[in-house]
Design a protein around this ligand. Structure first.
Ligand code: NDP
Length: 284
């Protein structure tokens, strides 16, 4: 029987998720239908789309811009949230809690939200062979993407984390909020600074800002270096990666993170583990 999936967003035409998940399904030998779902940009419309989809027998939904926070609120008020979704304050993967359904809960009450973005990043970095255990790491950016990756990086065993951001108060506030939300983060000292004051030698520097969407460049100090540089953006030339490649670092854009988070969503929904390297080759 065909299993149905959607990705909900606004805009949504650009989403690569249907292509990616159909490659996963071919690898897993499953018959699926995965489509893009446009939704008007308000919480009531989002909730209506989600409920209609799951009432109609849908198995799983991905959530993208601008609905990740709305999806979080929706699950908080209903079925539940994974630890990663709670700490991230955002949901990118929706499914139904089968135990609650068996106990007689409605679809609305059984809605469960997860967040696979940060774990997708970690999965990709590990697949690149870049060491995380004991690593000295800097993240530039303190928005939603940075928030989602800090817990998975700490759980992957990084030794030290510095959070740099254009607006220092936002980095400080993020550290305070995450420390309150997760004991793993609470027990892990995180430094903060403005982006131009980030200096020193790091194993890994991650660009989690949205600067790649513009023609601007980050004000990086001459005294900052790394072995590995990762930009969460993908699909265009990225000055951040060019900068560190010129200083001898290995680099990667965020396309593998996109595939990694999708693979984890697929695994949550179907129970099938995806060979991400094989899927990436199939998508080329
Ligand atoms: P947010 O809007 O939540 O945060 C934006 C961040 O970028 C803030 O820290 C902001 O700093 C900083 N920033 C924006 N413009 C500039 C600038 N001109 N100079 C310096 N800093 C700047 O965005 P998200 O966190 O949601 O997304 C960040 C990036 O991550 C996006 O490019 C997105 O595409 C990518 N992403 C990739 C994913 C993947 O699967 N590959 C998944 C999720 C996100 P300030 O606080 O000072 O405003």
């Amino acid at each position: 029987m065909t299993q149905n999936f959607i990705v909900i967003g606004n805009p949504i035409d650009h989403s690569k998720s249907p292509e990616i998940h159909h490659v996963f399904a071919a690898q897993a030998g499953l018959d699926i239908h995965y489509q893009r779902q446009y939704c008007p940009n308000d919480a009531a419309s989002f909730t209506a789309v989600v409920e209609a989809f799951f009432h109609g027998g849908g198995v799983g939904a991905n959530v993208t811009v601008p609905f990740k926070q709305v999806a979080y609120d929706c699950c908080l008020a209903r079925g539940g949230l994974s630890e990663h979704a709670k700490v991230a304050g955002a949901v990118n993967t929706l499914l139904l809690n089968k135990d609650l359904l068996k106990e007689g809960s409605s679809v609305k009450e059984a809605l469960y939200g997860d967040n696979t973005d940060g774990q997708g990043l970690v999965k990709h970095i590990i697949s690149l062979g870049w060491p995380l255990n004991g690593a000295q790491v800097a993240i530039i950016g303190a928005g939603g993407a940075a928030r989602g990756v800090i817990l998975p990086l700490i759980q992957a065993g990084i030794a030290q984390l510095t959070l740099a951001n254009r607006t220092l108060s936002k980095a400080e506030m993020l550290i305070t909020e995450l420390s309150a939300a997760s004991l793993d983060i609470h027990h892990h000292a995180i430094n903060s600074c403005t982006t131009d004051k980030l200096t020193g030698q790091f194993d890994l520097i991650i660009n989690a800002t949205s600067i790649g969407l513009s023609d601007n460049t980050l004000p990086l100090a001459d005294e900052v270096n790394c072995h590995y540089a990762y930009d969460m953006m993908y699909g265009r030339d990225l000055p951040f990666l060019q900068h560190f490649a010129g200083r001898g670092a290995q680099t990667s854009d965020g396309y593998g993170m996109l595939i990694g988070q999708a693979a984890l969503s697929f695994e949550r929904w179907t129970g099938h583990t995806i060979d991400v390297n094989q899927a990436t080759l199939a998508l080329e």
